[in-house]
Design a protein around this ligand. Structure first.
Ligand code: ZN
Ligand code: ZN
Length: 202
């Protein structure tokens, strides 16, 4: 199996990214980053398209556990996102949501909403409006969210080395791995930032 393959682990009922073998165990990492876990290589299998989408949506919605640095959940003020006419990806996600709704699967319906909102934001430059009356807080589409880690190892004073702002949590983890290799420092403070604009709705 290739490292990076998304697999389903029936023991934890989670989808993870296959990283490689560690002795007799397969090492899996949560989608979107986080602490690796050990799985039985005889039990895991390649994740289905449905499972991959669902895991991606969960990571995007910040619902994964294990202290993962993902986008925090945002509360939509408006109605569920609508597909943009003429876009095949939008149509596919809207159909997926319709199926979930018809099947009474609320969690799959939410997943489809999250994926559609994210797709609209990325591909159609949609601005998500968050509830905050009488103003609306709008995520600034001209500035990407930032992820950052700072080394807080050290006896008397913190080391203070920082990754600087990065566009993705994976980049920050890569920096942490390198810094730990170089210095044997193991404790970090991590934070997430995005830019928001207040707009008067009155
Ligand atoms: Zn679209
Ligand atoms: Zn350090």
């Amino acid at each position: 199996m290739e490292p990076g393959t998304l697999v389903y682990d029936p023991r934890t009922r989670k989808v993870g990214e296959y990283r490689g073998m560690a002795g007799p165990c397969a090492m899996l990492r949560p989608v979107g980053g986080g602490r690796e876990w050990q799985a039985d290589p005889a039990l895991i299998r390649a994740a289905t398209a449905e499972e991959r989408l669902s895991a991606g949506a969960r990571a995007a919605n910040g619902r994964s556990r294990d202290g993962v640095l993902t986008t925090p959940p945002l509360v939509d003020a408006g109605p569920p996102p609508e597909p943009v006419p003429g876009c095949a990806t939008c149509a596919g996600l809207a159909e997926r949501r319709a199926h979930a709704r018809a099947a009474g699967d609320g969690s799959a319906e939410t997943d489809a909403d999250v994926l559609l909102a994210r797709h609209r934001r990325r591909e159609h430059r949609d601005r998500r409006v968050l509830r905050f009356v009488p103003f609306a807080i709008v995520q600034d589409p001209s500035a990407l969210p930032e992820y950052q880690a700072q080394c807080v190892s050290g006896d008397d004073a913190d080391c203070g080395a920082t990754s600087g702002p990065r566009a993705a949590p994976g980049d920050v983890e890569e920096w942490q791995r390198r810094h730990t290799q170089e210095t044997r420092h193991t404790r970090y403070r991590r934070c997430f930032a995005d830019y928001a604009v207040l707009e008067c709705r009155a």
